[in-house]
Unconditional design. Structure first.
Lengths: 113, 112
């Protein structure tokens, strides 16, 4: 158990819908990262937050957004969902923004029908 | 820009045999390198990391990796495979903005 929690574990929804994925970092970690794992793209970095501020953006679609709240939990919002958004979404956390060691949560498996 | 290449999408070994999973990296700065393992339907677990200290890094579950700058490699090894080692293994390099850049993964199969 890494100490990073993610909810829900599974999510099934329809195209065009909007979902929110939630992540709670390890106690004491200020930085949260979101990654997407899909069969065709592999593991890809989406976005990083540090202590409530956005620090880095990767291959994140405009339909996707994220935020980190004062209690340091983070939410990833996915809207206007398409079939191709079906993937495993991981959250990771680290103590600092430099991410020397990132600890991963168990992931949320999203299936868009 | 940093990148990682994992040679071999599938590796099959017999139980008790040496495990060797290959990873080559590209980095314009001294790299931070990582190996993660993913068991079926689970998240990524950190096996070990290289952060410019000792070139031979020991990790959990008997795994180790050696950083070779001249070969730009960071191969993962384990002297004797167990059935419980069957999983997917990812090599990663810390990229710009401190994100992790992952290889495509190697699925390890352990034959009884």
């Amino acid at each position: 158990d890494s100490g990073v929690t993610q909810t829900p574990k599974h999510l099934i929804t329809a195209t065009g819908q909007r979902v929110t994925l939630r992540c709670s970092p390890r106690s004491g970690d200020l930085s949260v990262y979101w990654y997407q794992q899909s069969l065709d793209q592999g593991l890809q970095f989406l976005i990083q937050y540090y202590n409530g501020e956005e620090r880095a953006k990767g291959n994140i679609l405009e339909r996707f957004s994220a935020q980190q709240f004062p209690d340091l939990h983070s939410e990833l919002n996915l809207s206007s969902l398409e079939l191709g958004d079906s993937a495993l979404y991981f959250c990771a956390s680290s103590v600092t923004a430099a991410g020397e060691t990132q600890y991963f949560g168990p992931g949320t498996r999203l299936l868009v029908l | 820009a940093q990148s990682v290449t994992q040679l071999g999408s599938h590796v099959s070994v017999s139980e008790g045999a040496l495990v060797l999973l290959r990873c080559n990296y590209s980095s314009s700065v001294p790299p931070y390198l990582f190996w993660y393992v993913q068991y079926p339907n689970q998240g990524l677990q950190l096996l070990l990391k290289y952060t410019s200290a000792a070139t031979l890094v020991k990790g959990i579950n008997g795994f180790e990796a050696e950083f070779k700058k001249s070969e730009t490699s960071f191969h993962l090894t384990k002297p004797s495979a167990h059935m419980s080692d069957a999983a997917e293994y990812f090599c990663a390099v810390r990229g710009s903005s401190y994100k992790l850049i992952f290889g495509s993964g190697t699925r390890l199969l352990v034959r009884p």
